[in-house]
Design a protein around this ligand. Structure first.
Ligand code: GH3
Ligand code: MG
Ligand code: MG
Ligand code: MG
Ligand code: MG
Length: 314
């Protein structure tokens, strides 16, 4: 049966074909105490190129989940020794949100109450055994697609569109928890605010597009110098980085290497090239709460501007 072009069924087939080529990153954990039931599901999934891992019961499933970080979906039977599918779903939801991992319950028991129990305990979907492959694939595809869409939305919400660095929201969210960790583990770190000097003049002289180009180049240099750190564009021509490392000297040198390389670089702009400089305000190993640290870095940045720009003030 060949569906009519652009019909829903046709578009679905197209999606499935696309999937077969692209879903090798999606690993699925199949949990069932019956080896024949397990093998049947594994066989169906392998036909669509999924990576598959198996477990005999809930306890084993939790172990495998802890071992394999790339599992996107768990398909679990209901009745199993040691830990059944409902308990497993419950345990999974204590650790993984629906945005991270999909759970599909399966049961041969005819009572409709099992699907409700699965869903109430955190499963995303339910299949009754025996199922036809068509329904099986529809449910798997639908659930993985919805996970992928969430991932896309999250990426868009956390990324600066122009530079592809973390945006303000993502920086505030991640930096705060990272700093807590550095303080707990007594890891030396610094928080730096970075602002382009006289950027308005770049726009006024060369136009907004060239201005954008300069911001992109700065982001590239940030990636180059601070690969291991958390880098972000906070807005406009203002950036931030959270770095950890050996000690204050090491961190200060890293920031200054970056500042100097930007200052001596000729950034290509149409027929000519532009030189720019940066001012940085930095806080080292502060025990203050995050928003206060940001204020302190901002004050230091202001001092760097007052003091003549193209420099770091601590
Ligand atoms: P200072 O050394 O005091 O920081 O001077 P400045 O000119 O860099 O600072 P000011 O705050 O006066 O100007 C910042 C300029 O950045 C103004 C704004 O038009 C420009 N800007 C903000 N966001 C963008 C952007 O996304 N693209 C471009 N091209 N320009 C931007
Ligand atoms: Mg069973
Ligand atoms: Mg300004
Ligand atoms: Mg500026
Ligand atoms: Mg500014």
């Amino acid at each position: 049966y060949i569906p009519k072009e652009n019909s829903q069924a046709f578009l679905y087939l197209k999606r499935v074909l696309h999937w077969q080529q692209t879903n090798n990153k999606n690993t699925i954990l199949v949990v069932d105490d019956s080896s024949s039931a397990r093998n049947h599901i594994v066989e169906l999934l392998k036909r669509r190129n999924f990576n598959v891992i198996t477990a005999n019961n809930g306890v084993q499933a939790l172990e495998k989940l802890a071992q394999h970080k790339n599992i996107k979906m768990v398909i679990t039977d209901l009745e199993m020794p040691a830990m059944d599918g409902i308990e497993l779903t419950n345990e999974i939801r204590r650790v993984y949100t629906r945005e991270q991992l999909a759970v599909i319950g399966i049961s041969g028991a005819s009572s409709g109450i099992h699907s409700a129990r699965f869903i109430k305990n955190g499963a995303d979907d339910f299949l009754r055994k025996p199922f036809c492959p068509e329904e099986f694939y529809c449910r798997i595809t639908q659930n993985i697609e919805s996970l992928n869409n969430i991932a896309k939305i999250q990426h868009a919400a956390n990324t600066d569109y122009l530079t592809d660095l973390a945006n303000r929201r993502a920086f505030f969210r991640s930096a705060e928890s990272r700093i807590k960790e550095y303080i707990n583990k007594k890891v030396p770190y610094c928080l730096a605010m970075i602002d382009v000097d006289f950027f308005k003049k770049v726009n006024d002289t060369y136009g907004h597009d060239i201005g954008d180009q300069v911001l992109k180049v700065i982001a590239l240099y940030m990636r180059k110098h601070f690969g291991a750190g958390l880098t972000a564009r906070l807005g406009g021509e203002e950036f931030a980085v959270l770095l950890h490392g050996l000690d204050t000297d090491y961190l200060h040198n890293k920031l200054d290497d970056f500042r100097r390389e930007i200052a001596v670089s000729a950034i290509p702009a149409g027929d000519t090239s532009i030189s720019i400089t940066l001012s940085l305000g930095v806080v080292f190993d502060s025990l203050d709460e995050f928003s206060k640290q940001m204020n302190e870095a901002d004050n230091a940045l202001y001092a760097a501007k007052e003091n003549g720009r193209n420099q770091i003030v601590v």
